[in-house]
Design a protein around this ligand. Structure first.
Ligand code: AOF
Ligand code: ZN
Length: 375
Protein backbone atom coordinates (compact mmCIF):
# COMPACT_ATOMS: atom_id res chain seq x y z
CA UNK A 1 0.00 0.00 0.00
CA UNK A 2 1.35 3.40 -0.84
CA UNK A 3 1.98 6.09 1.72
CA UNK A 4 -1.06 8.20 0.78
CA UNK A 5 -3.43 5.25 1.10
CA UNK A 6 -2.14 4.48 4.59
CA UNK A 7 -2.43 8.15 5.57
CA UNK A 8 -5.99 8.36 4.24
CA UNK A 9 -6.96 5.14 6.00
CA UNK A 10 -5.86 6.57 9.35
CA UNK A 11 -7.56 9.89 8.67
CA UNK A 12 -10.94 8.35 7.82
CA UNK A 13 -10.78 5.68 10.51
CA UNK A 14 -10.13 8.43 13.09
CA UNK A 15 -13.28 10.12 11.81
CA UNK A 16 -15.26 6.85 12.09
CA UNK A 17 -14.03 6.44 15.68
CA UNK A 18 -15.19 9.97 16.52
CA UNK A 19 -18.60 9.12 15.09
CA UNK A 20 -18.78 5.92 17.12
CA UNK A 21 -18.15 7.96 20.27
CA UNK A 22 -21.47 9.71 19.66
CA UNK A 23 -23.07 6.45 20.74
CA UNK A 24 -21.30 6.54 24.11
CA UNK A 25 -24.51 6.76 26.14
CA UNK A 26 -26.98 4.86 24.02
CA UNK A 27 -25.88 1.70 22.20
CA UNK A 28 -25.69 -0.92 24.96
CA UNK A 29 -26.00 -3.87 24.89
CA UNK A 30 -24.67 -3.27 21.37
CA UNK A 31 -21.20 -1.85 20.74
CA UNK A 32 -20.42 1.72 19.73
CA UNK A 33 -19.69 1.63 15.99
CA UNK A 34 -18.95 4.34 13.43
CA UNK A 35 -18.76 4.19 9.63
CA UNK A 36 -17.54 6.54 6.91
CA UNK A 37 -17.84 6.05 3.13
CA UNK A 38 -15.36 7.81 0.89
CA UNK A 39 -15.39 8.08 -2.93
CA UNK A 40 -12.64 7.37 -5.48
CA UNK A 41 -11.31 10.93 -5.05
CA UNK A 42 -11.04 10.62 -1.28
CA UNK A 43 -14.16 12.74 -0.68
CA UNK A 44 -16.75 11.97 1.99
CA UNK A 45 -19.90 10.30 0.59
CA UNK A 46 -21.66 9.19 3.75
CA UNK A 47 -21.23 8.72 7.48
CA UNK A 48 -23.11 7.25 10.39
CA UNK A 49 -22.97 5.66 13.79
CA UNK A 50 -24.98 3.12 15.70
CA UNK A 51 -27.36 4.91 18.06
CA UNK A 52 -29.41 2.26 19.80
CA UNK A 53 -29.92 -1.52 19.77
CA UNK A 54 -32.75 -2.46 17.44
CA UNK A 55 -32.10 0.50 15.14
CA UNK A 56 -29.88 0.46 12.00
CA UNK A 57 -26.17 -0.21 12.32
CA UNK A 58 -23.55 2.41 11.46
CA UNK A 59 -23.01 1.06 7.92
CA UNK A 60 -26.69 1.38 7.05
CA UNK A 61 -26.77 5.07 7.95
CA UNK A 62 -23.60 5.72 5.92
CA UNK A 63 -24.83 3.70 2.90
CA UNK A 64 -28.12 5.63 2.89
CA UNK A 65 -26.24 8.93 2.79
CA UNK A 66 -24.03 7.65 -0.03
CA UNK A 67 -27.10 6.68 -2.11
CA UNK A 68 -28.51 10.15 -1.58
CA UNK A 69 -25.19 11.73 -2.54
CA UNK A 70 -24.89 10.34 -6.09
CA UNK A 71 -26.69 8.00 -8.52
CA UNK A 72 -24.30 5.06 -8.15
CA UNK A 73 -24.25 5.43 -4.32
CA UNK A 74 -21.35 3.64 -2.65
CA UNK A 75 -20.39 1.64 -5.78
CA UNK A 76 -16.60 1.68 -6.14
CA UNK A 77 -16.16 3.54 -2.84
CA UNK A 78 -14.22 2.68 0.33
CA UNK A 79 -16.06 2.02 3.59
CA UNK A 80 -14.34 2.58 6.95
CA UNK A 81 -15.90 0.73 9.88
CA UNK A 82 -14.68 0.67 13.48
CA UNK A 83 -15.93 -2.92 13.95
CA UNK A 84 -16.14 -5.78 11.48
CA UNK A 85 -19.48 -5.52 9.64
CA UNK A 86 -21.97 -8.02 11.01
CA UNK A 87 -22.79 -11.23 9.15
CA UNK A 88 -25.89 -12.33 11.01
CA UNK A 89 -29.58 -11.55 11.23
CA UNK A 90 -29.90 -10.07 14.72
CA UNK A 91 -32.38 -7.31 15.37
CA UNK A 92 -31.27 -5.99 11.95
CA UNK A 93 -30.05 -7.68 8.69
CA UNK A 94 -26.32 -8.27 8.03
CA UNK A 95 -24.26 -5.18 7.18
CA UNK A 96 -21.61 -7.21 5.30
CA UNK A 97 -24.32 -8.20 2.81
CA UNK A 98 -25.50 -4.58 2.54
CA UNK A 99 -21.93 -3.50 1.68
CA UNK A 100 -21.66 -6.25 -0.96
CA UNK A 101 -24.99 -5.23 -2.50
CA UNK A 102 -23.88 -1.59 -2.57
CA UNK A 103 -20.80 -2.79 -4.53
CA UNK A 104 -18.18 -0.99 -2.45
CA UNK A 105 -14.67 -1.69 -3.73
CA UNK A 106 -12.81 -1.68 -0.44
CA UNK A 107 -13.61 -2.03 3.27
CA UNK A 108 -11.23 -0.88 5.99
CA UNK A 109 -11.96 -2.37 9.41
CA UNK A 110 -10.43 -1.41 12.77
CA UNK A 111 -11.06 -4.71 14.56
CA UNK A 112 -12.88 -8.02 14.15
CA UNK A 113 -16.15 -8.40 16.02
CA UNK A 114 -15.67 -10.60 19.13
CA UNK A 115 -19.37 -11.56 18.93
CA UNK A 116 -19.24 -15.34 18.20
CA UNK A 117 -22.10 -14.84 15.70
CA UNK A 118 -19.81 -12.62 13.60
CA UNK A 119 -16.13 -13.16 14.48
CA UNK A 120 -14.55 -13.20 11.01
CA UNK A 121 -17.69 -14.16 9.08
CA UNK A 122 -18.32 -10.55 8.10
CA UNK A 123 -14.83 -10.29 6.62
CA UNK A 124 -15.30 -13.61 4.75
CA UNK A 125 -18.58 -12.43 3.18
CA UNK A 126 -16.83 -9.30 1.88
CA UNK A 127 -13.76 -11.15 0.60
CA UNK A 128 -15.81 -13.85 -1.11
CA UNK A 129 -17.61 -11.07 -2.99
CA UNK A 130 -14.24 -9.85 -4.29
CA UNK A 131 -14.07 -6.79 -2.02
CA UNK A 132 -10.62 -5.78 -0.81
CA UNK A 133 -10.55 -5.89 3.00
CA UNK A 134 -7.94 -4.22 5.18
CA UNK A 135 -8.23 -4.77 8.92
CA UNK A 136 -6.49 -3.81 12.18
CA UNK A 137 -6.35 -0.11 11.30
CA UNK A 138 -6.38 1.80 14.63
CA UNK A 139 -7.46 -1.41 16.38
CA UNK A 140 -6.45 -0.25 19.88
CA UNK A 141 -8.39 3.00 19.56
CA UNK A 142 -11.43 1.14 18.29
CA UNK A 143 -11.21 -1.42 21.11
CA UNK A 144 -11.17 1.45 23.62
CA UNK A 145 -14.67 2.40 22.40
CA UNK A 146 -16.11 -0.87 23.66
CA UNK A 147 -14.25 -2.35 26.64
CA UNK A 148 -17.49 -3.72 28.08
CA UNK A 149 -18.91 -5.25 24.91
CA UNK A 150 -15.57 -6.87 24.08
CA UNK A 151 -15.02 -8.26 27.57
CA UNK A 152 -18.56 -9.61 27.79
CA UNK A 153 -18.28 -11.30 24.39
CA UNK A 154 -14.97 -12.92 25.36
CA UNK A 155 -15.61 -13.82 29.01
CA UNK A 156 -19.34 -13.47 29.71
CA UNK A 157 -18.58 -10.82 32.32
CA UNK A 158 -18.87 -7.01 32.17
CA UNK A 159 -16.03 -4.48 32.30
CA UNK A 160 -15.84 -3.14 35.85
CA UNK A 161 -14.75 0.38 36.79
CA UNK A 162 -14.47 1.41 40.43
CA UNK A 163 -14.85 5.10 41.17
CA UNK A 164 -12.96 6.57 44.11
CA UNK A 165 -13.22 10.17 45.30
CA UNK A 166 -10.19 10.60 47.49
CA UNK A 167 -8.01 13.13 49.24
CA UNK A 168 -4.33 13.57 48.53
CA UNK A 169 -3.68 11.18 51.41
CA UNK A 170 -5.99 8.52 49.96
CA UNK A 171 -8.94 9.00 52.32
CA UNK A 172 -12.59 8.96 51.34
CA UNK A 173 -14.11 10.35 54.54
CA UNK A 174 -13.37 11.75 57.95
CA UNK A 175 -13.32 9.44 60.95
CA UNK A 176 -16.90 10.52 61.76
CA UNK A 177 -18.02 9.44 58.28
CA UNK A 178 -18.43 12.94 56.82
CA UNK A 179 -17.45 12.64 53.17
CA UNK A 180 -19.59 14.77 50.86
CA UNK A 181 -17.91 16.99 48.30
CA UNK A 182 -14.29 16.00 48.69
CA UNK A 183 -13.88 16.54 44.96
CA UNK A 184 -15.11 19.47 42.87
CA UNK A 185 -17.94 20.09 40.39
CA UNK A 186 -15.98 19.08 37.28
CA UNK A 187 -15.10 15.70 38.78
CA UNK A 188 -18.73 15.18 39.74
CA UNK A 189 -19.79 15.95 36.16
CA UNK A 190 -17.31 13.37 34.89
CA UNK A 191 -18.86 10.85 37.30
CA UNK A 192 -22.33 11.59 35.92
CA UNK A 193 -21.09 10.78 32.42
CA UNK A 194 -19.67 7.45 33.58
CA UNK A 195 -22.99 6.62 35.27
CA UNK A 196 -24.78 7.46 32.04
CA UNK A 197 -22.55 5.32 29.83
CA UNK A 198 -22.67 2.37 32.23
CA UNK A 199 -25.32 -0.35 32.21
CA UNK A 200 -25.12 -0.80 35.95
CA UNK A 201 -24.16 1.27 38.97
CA UNK A 202 -23.07 -1.14 41.68
CA UNK A 203 -22.99 -0.31 45.36
CA UNK A 204 -23.11 -1.97 48.77
CA UNK A 205 -25.72 -2.00 51.52
CA UNK A 206 -23.46 0.11 53.77
CA UNK A 207 -23.37 2.96 51.27
CA UNK A 208 -27.15 2.83 50.88
CA UNK A 209 -27.62 2.96 54.66
CA UNK A 210 -25.12 5.77 55.08
CA UNK A 211 -26.07 8.03 52.14
CA UNK A 212 -29.46 6.88 50.79
CA UNK A 213 -28.15 7.70 47.29
CA UNK A 214 -30.12 7.63 44.02
CA UNK A 215 -27.08 6.69 41.87
CA UNK A 216 -29.06 7.88 38.83
CA UNK A 217 -27.81 10.31 36.18
CA UNK A 218 -28.55 13.93 36.92
CA UNK A 219 -28.80 15.10 33.32
CA UNK A 220 -28.28 18.80 33.99
CA UNK A 221 -25.09 18.12 35.87
CA UNK A 222 -23.83 15.68 33.25
CA UNK A 223 -24.04 18.17 30.34
CA UNK A 224 -24.92 16.03 27.35
CA UNK A 225 -25.10 18.85 24.76
CA UNK A 226 -23.28 16.92 22.03
CA UNK A 227 -25.33 13.76 22.30
CA UNK A 228 -28.83 12.75 21.20
CA UNK A 229 -30.31 13.42 24.63
CA UNK A 230 -33.63 11.70 24.08
CA UNK A 231 -31.77 8.39 24.09
CA UNK A 232 -30.01 8.79 27.44
CA UNK A 233 -31.11 5.97 29.66
CA UNK A 234 -30.67 5.47 33.37
CA UNK A 235 -28.38 2.64 34.52
CA UNK A 236 -29.81 -0.24 36.54
CA UNK A 237 -28.69 -0.10 40.16
CA UNK A 238 -27.38 -3.21 41.90
CA UNK A 239 -26.97 -3.30 45.69
CA UNK A 240 -24.85 -6.02 47.25
CA UNK A 241 -26.86 -6.95 50.34
CA UNK A 242 -25.88 -10.56 50.94
CA UNK A 243 -28.03 -11.07 54.03
CA UNK A 244 -30.95 -9.03 52.66
CA UNK A 245 -31.00 -6.69 55.61
CA UNK A 246 -31.81 -3.42 53.83
CA UNK A 247 -35.28 -2.02 54.33
CA UNK A 248 -37.26 -1.28 51.17
CA UNK A 249 -37.67 2.36 52.22
CA UNK A 250 -34.48 3.66 50.61
CA UNK A 251 -34.76 6.02 47.63
CA UNK A 252 -33.32 3.63 45.05
CA UNK A 253 -36.05 1.06 45.71
CA UNK A 254 -38.80 3.61 45.23
CA UNK A 255 -37.89 5.98 42.40
CA UNK A 256 -39.40 4.01 39.52
CA UNK A 257 -36.06 2.86 38.07
CA UNK A 258 -34.74 -0.67 38.42
CA UNK A 259 -32.67 -1.69 41.44
CA UNK A 260 -31.55 -5.29 41.88
CA UNK A 261 -30.60 -6.64 45.28
CA UNK A 262 -27.72 -9.10 45.02
CA UNK A 263 -28.22 -11.53 47.87
CA UNK A 264 -27.48 -15.08 48.95
CA UNK A 265 -30.81 -15.35 50.77
CA UNK A 266 -33.82 -17.03 49.25
CA UNK A 267 -36.73 -14.70 48.57
CA UNK A 268 -40.31 -15.75 48.15
CA UNK A 269 -41.30 -12.64 46.18
CA UNK A 270 -38.77 -12.71 43.31
CA UNK A 271 -41.62 -12.13 40.85
CA UNK A 272 -42.39 -8.64 42.15
CA UNK A 273 -39.01 -7.61 43.54
CA UNK A 274 -35.72 -7.53 41.67
CA UNK A 275 -33.40 -10.00 43.35
CA UNK A 276 -30.25 -11.64 42.03
CA UNK A 277 -30.01 -14.73 44.17
CA UNK A 278 -26.39 -15.90 44.19
CA UNK A 279 -24.16 -18.40 45.94
CA UNK A 280 -21.65 -17.63 48.64
CA UNK A 281 -17.89 -17.90 48.64
CA UNK A 282 -16.10 -18.04 52.01
CA UNK A 283 -19.33 -16.99 53.76
CA UNK A 284 -19.81 -13.91 51.59
CA UNK A 285 -21.72 -13.21 48.42
CA UNK A 286 -19.81 -14.71 45.49
CA UNK A 287 -18.81 -11.64 43.50
CA UNK A 288 -17.72 -13.77 40.52
CA UNK A 289 -21.26 -15.15 40.33
CA UNK A 290 -22.57 -11.60 40.55
CA UNK A 291 -20.50 -10.50 37.54
CA UNK A 292 -21.55 -13.56 35.55
CA UNK A 293 -25.19 -12.79 36.38
CA UNK A 294 -24.73 -9.20 35.16
CA UNK A 295 -23.06 -10.48 31.97
CA UNK A 296 -26.03 -12.82 31.42
CA UNK A 297 -28.26 -9.75 31.53
CA UNK A 298 -26.17 -8.30 28.67
CA UNK A 299 -24.71 -5.56 30.84
CA UNK A 300 -21.46 -4.36 29.27
CA UNK A 301 -20.09 -1.79 31.71
CA UNK A 302 -20.41 -1.73 35.49
CA UNK A 303 -19.65 1.45 37.45
CA UNK A 304 -18.94 0.86 41.12
CA UNK A 305 -19.64 3.59 43.67
CA UNK A 306 -19.20 1.80 46.93
CA UNK A 307 -17.39 1.90 50.23
CA UNK A 308 -13.91 0.56 50.96
CA UNK A 309 -15.26 -2.90 51.81
CA UNK A 310 -16.85 -3.75 48.47
CA UNK A 311 -14.14 -1.92 46.50
CA UNK A 312 -11.44 -3.89 48.32
CA UNK A 313 -13.27 -7.21 47.92
CA UNK A 314 -13.69 -6.67 44.16
CA UNK A 315 -9.98 -5.84 43.86
CA UNK A 316 -8.96 -8.91 45.80
CA UNK A 317 -11.17 -11.14 43.69
CA UNK A 318 -9.50 -9.78 40.55
CA UNK A 319 -12.82 -8.40 39.32
CA UNK A 320 -11.76 -4.80 38.80
CA UNK A 321 -10.72 -3.73 35.31
CA UNK A 322 -10.15 -0.07 36.07
CA UNK A 323 -9.96 2.28 39.04
CA UNK A 324 -11.06 5.84 38.29
CA UNK A 325 -9.69 8.03 41.08
CA UNK A 326 -10.59 11.67 41.52
CA UNK A 327 -8.00 13.01 43.88
CA UNK A 328 -8.64 16.32 45.61
CA UNK A 329 -5.77 18.48 46.91
CA UNK A 330 -6.95 18.05 50.50
CA UNK A 331 -5.50 16.23 53.48
CA UNK A 332 -8.06 14.41 55.61
CA UNK A 333 -5.46 13.08 58.01
CA UNK A 334 -4.50 9.63 59.19
CA UNK A 335 -7.73 9.15 61.18
CA UNK A 336 -9.75 9.36 57.97
CA UNK A 337 -11.35 6.38 56.24
CA UNK A 338 -9.08 4.73 53.67
CA UNK A 339 -10.18 4.20 50.08
CA UNK A 340 -10.02 0.39 49.98
CA UNK A 341 -9.98 -2.28 52.66
CA UNK A 342 -7.23 -4.80 52.04
CA UNK A 343 -5.58 -7.33 54.34
CA UNK A 344 -2.45 -6.45 56.30
CA UNK A 345 0.14 -7.39 53.70
CA UNK A 346 3.49 -8.45 55.06
CA UNK A 347 5.46 -8.34 51.85
CA UNK A 348 5.46 -5.93 48.93
CA UNK A 349 4.94 -8.92 46.64
CA UNK A 350 1.44 -9.24 48.04
CA UNK A 351 0.32 -5.66 47.37
CA UNK A 352 -1.89 -4.87 44.41
CA UNK A 353 0.17 -3.44 41.64
CA UNK A 354 -1.45 -1.14 39.09
CA UNK A 355 -0.55 0.45 35.76
CA UNK A 356 -1.19 4.10 35.10
CA UNK A 357 -3.43 4.58 32.05
CA UNK A 358 -4.36 8.25 32.30
CA UNK A 359 -3.48 11.19 34.49
CA UNK A 360 -5.02 14.61 34.00
CA UNK A 361 -6.42 17.59 35.83
CA UNK A 362 -10.20 17.85 36.11
CA UNK A 363 -11.09 21.20 37.66
CA UNK A 364 -9.05 21.38 40.85
CA UNK A 365 -8.75 17.62 41.13
CA UNK A 366 -6.55 15.02 39.50
CA UNK A 367 -8.17 12.19 37.58
CA UNK A 368 -6.17 8.99 37.61
CA UNK A 369 -7.12 5.92 35.64
CA UNK A 370 -5.24 2.81 36.73
CA UNK A 371 -5.62 -0.85 35.88
CA UNK A 372 -4.63 -3.77 38.08
CA UNK A 373 -1.71 -5.69 36.61
CA UNK A 374 -2.63 -9.24 35.77
CA UNK A 375 -0.42 -11.52 37.78
C1 AOF B 1 -22.08 -3.61 12.91
N1 AOF B 1 -22.41 -2.31 12.94
O1 AOF B 1 -23.26 -0.53 13.97
C2 AOF B 1 -23.17 -2.58 15.12
C3 AOF B 1 -22.78 -3.94 15.06
O2 AOF B 1 -29.14 -7.22 17.15
P1 AOF B 1 -28.41 -6.44 16.09
O3 AOF B 1 -28.88 -6.72 14.71
O4 AOF B 1 -28.39 -4.95 16.39
O5 AOF B 1 -26.91 -6.95 16.11
C4 AOF B 1 -26.11 -6.67 17.19
C5 AOF B 1 -24.73 -7.19 16.92
O6 AOF B 1 -24.22 -6.60 15.74
C6 AOF B 1 -23.74 -6.80 18.02
O7 AOF B 1 -23.69 -7.76 19.04
C7 AOF B 1 -22.44 -6.72 17.26
O8 AOF B 1 -21.87 -8.00 17.08
C8 AOF B 1 -22.91 -6.18 15.95
N2 AOF B 1 -22.93 -4.72 16.07
N3 AOF B 1 -22.25 -4.40 13.95
O9 AOF B 1 -21.60 -4.06 11.88
C9 AOF B 1 -22.96 -1.75 14.00
N4 AOF B 1 -23.75 -2.07 16.20
ZN1 ZN C 1 -24.39 -4.64 11.23
Amino acid sequence: MNHDTVKNDYFWMAKAIQLAQQGRFTTSPNPRVGCVIVDENNQLLGQGYHIQAGTPHAEVHALRQASDARPQGAKGATAYVTLEPCSHFGRTPPCAVALVEAKVARVVIAMTDPNPNVCGNGISILQEAGIEVVSEVMAAEAAALNPGFIKRMLTGKPFVRVKLGISLDGKIALQNGVSQWITGAEARRDVQQYRAQSCVVLTGSGTVQADNPSLLVREKEAQFENYPLDHIRQPARVVVDSKSKLSRDYTLFNDGNITFTATSQAHPDTATQHYLQLDEKDGKLNLHSLMSALGDKQYNEVWVEAGPGLAGALLQEGLVDELICYQAPKLLGDKGVSMVNLPAFTSLNECISLSLIENRQVGNDIKLIVRPDVS
